[in-house]
Design a protein around this ligand. Structure first.
Ligand code: HEM
Ligand SMILES: *[C@@H]1O[C@H](CO)[C@@H](O)[C@H](O)[C@H]1NC(C)=O
Ligand SMILES: *[C@@H]1O[C@H](CO)[C@@H](O)[C@H](O)[C@H]1NC(C)=O
Ligand SMILES: *[C@@H]1O[C@H](CO)[C@@H](O)[C@H](O)[C@H]1NC(C)=O
Length: 373
């Protein structure tokens, strides 16, 4: 619940309305596939007992788990005769003993173990189905778009090998190569990084136990793409850490990988396109997330249960891209060589500050953060 206290004072304030609980109808009106019905129970369980009806720690962890599971897929390794991982197969849950040893999964342990116990209650769906359904619901909880959901992933056959999850200290080339190996274009990576508008870090810099990576937690927000382009002027917490870049705010954490991708020739113009037209974020994120949920899977053998993803009730009103108070266009490190940076308005008043939220519920919120390791 700690996110609620953040809402009104963030660099880009947003307001959350009621979260929907009823599945919608399928686009073609055919709701007859009984195999989808199980998700009615999954939905009410995860919304109430896992997410506690907010876009909070658990919803964010689910999105991150979905990525770390899917990206465990390497045709390049397979070609060299090694096991390359099964992609979006739920192996991060089934083989959690092995995959939680991977560095980049530090901090996801509590969540994965808790979610696994819940997934086990639903015998008709695999761990992979559970993760990607939960990710689609988490996206809705965080006022993101409705994405397609496919059911029927077979059980994973082995743990993903280590070395496949991008690290925030990796170079842009290394990250783009890794994403390409798993089937993603640079543009699709930038689409997926919208999820970092929700993100907080708890494991990169341990001296600042809870800070947003960028922008506004609680809703998927274009503002992430603006704030990552602000010149970094300080290190929040006690100085620099591997994978961290300087931040424009004392209370906001900046991942080095986000910082570099925002400025690299290969990705900067696409990055800027989110600021030029804020309406692209939702559809792009939905499409890239659907693709992520199908890594290593044969979609022809899956069943379309998209109607089980909750529909929207205009859940959040998000301000358009803007400059936080105290910042001007001169603070933007515009990096697209093809086009000028769009003119966006600045908040007036003194520089806003994000107070540290209470940490009181960490004992039971299952955020799996550094505090329990
Ligand atoms: C270049 C690729 C990426 C890198 C290097 C990266 C790295 C990170 C790091 C270091 C954190 C902070 C973790 C912590 O300190 O607790 C984080 C958080 C997060 N990441 Fe990424 N990430 C990448 C891509 C993605 C993608 C594609 C998604 C999802 C679709 C994603 C979703 C998230 C979410 C939701 C969080 C917040 C987790 C939480 O607050 O509990 N990330 N990421
Ligand atoms: C609806 O879906 C079911 C299960 O996939 C299928 O058997 C049935 O033929 C479909 N009905 C229509 C009208 O498309
Ligand atoms: C590589 O992938 C093919 C096709 O999916 C599979 O049959 C083969 O067993 C894989 N090889 C290894 C070493 O995992
Ligand atoms: C951070 O730095 C301050 C001042 O140097 C020090 O008192 C504090 O113990 C440090 N905190 C951590 C967690 O390292």
């Amino acid at each position: 619940m700690r996110f609620i206290s953040l809402l009104s004072i963030l660099h880009g304030a947003a307001f959350i309305a009621a979260i929907p609980t009823t599945p919608t109808r399928r686009d073609d009106g055919n709701d007859t596939n009984p195999k989808c019905d199980v998700y009615k129970d999954v939905l009410s369980t995860i919304q109430t007992t896992v997410f506690e009806n907010v876009c909070g720690d658990e919803a964010l962890d689910v999105l991150r788990i979905a990525f770390h599971d899917a990206i465990g897929f390497s045709p390049a390794l397979n070609k060299s005769g090694q096991w390359g991982g099964g992609g979006a197969d739920g192996s991060i849950m089934k083989f959690s003993d092995e995959e939680l040893l991977i560095d980049q999964n530090v901090g996801l342990d509590t969540s994965i173990i808790r979610l696994k116990a819940i997934a086990l209650q639903f015998v008709d769906i695999s761990y992979g189905d559970f993760i990607y359904y939960a990710a689609a619901v988490a996206t809705r909880m965080c006022s993101g778009p409705r994405m397609k959901f496919w059911h029927g992933r077979p059980a994973p056959i082995a743990a993903s090998p280590p070395g496949l999850i991008p690290d925030p200290s990796d170079s842009v080339t290394k990250i783009l190569d890794r994403m390409a190996d798993a089937g993603f274009t640079p543009e699709e990576l930038i689409d997926l990084l919208a999820s970092h508008s929700l993100a907080v870090q708890e494991d990169v810099d341990l001296t600042i136990p809870f800070t947003p990576l960028d922008s506004t937690p609680t809703v998927l927000d274009t503002q992430f793409y603006v704030e990552t382009l602000l010149e970094g002027t300080m290190w929040p917490g006690n100085g620099s850490n591997p994978g961290e870049a300087m931040s424009p705010f004392p209370d906001e954490f900046r991942l080095q990988s986000d910082h570099l991708l925002a400025r690299d020739d290969r990705t900067a113009c696409y990055w800027q396109s989110f600021i030029e037209d804020e309406s692209v974020l939702g559809p792009r994120f939905a499409k890239a997330m659907e693709k992520m949920s199908l890594v290593g899977q044969d979609v022809d053998s899956l069943i379309d249960c998209s109607h089980m993803v909750p529909d929207s009730v205009a859940a959040a009103s998000v301000r358009g891209p803007h400059l936080p108070a105290g910042k001007s266009l001169a603070d933007i490190e515009a990096s697209c060589k093809d086009r000028p940076f769009p003119t966006i308005s600045a908040d007036s008043g003194p520089q806003t500050s994000i107070p540290k939220p209470p940490r009181g519920n960490d004992g039971d919120d299952g955020d799996g953060a550094a505090d329990d390791d």
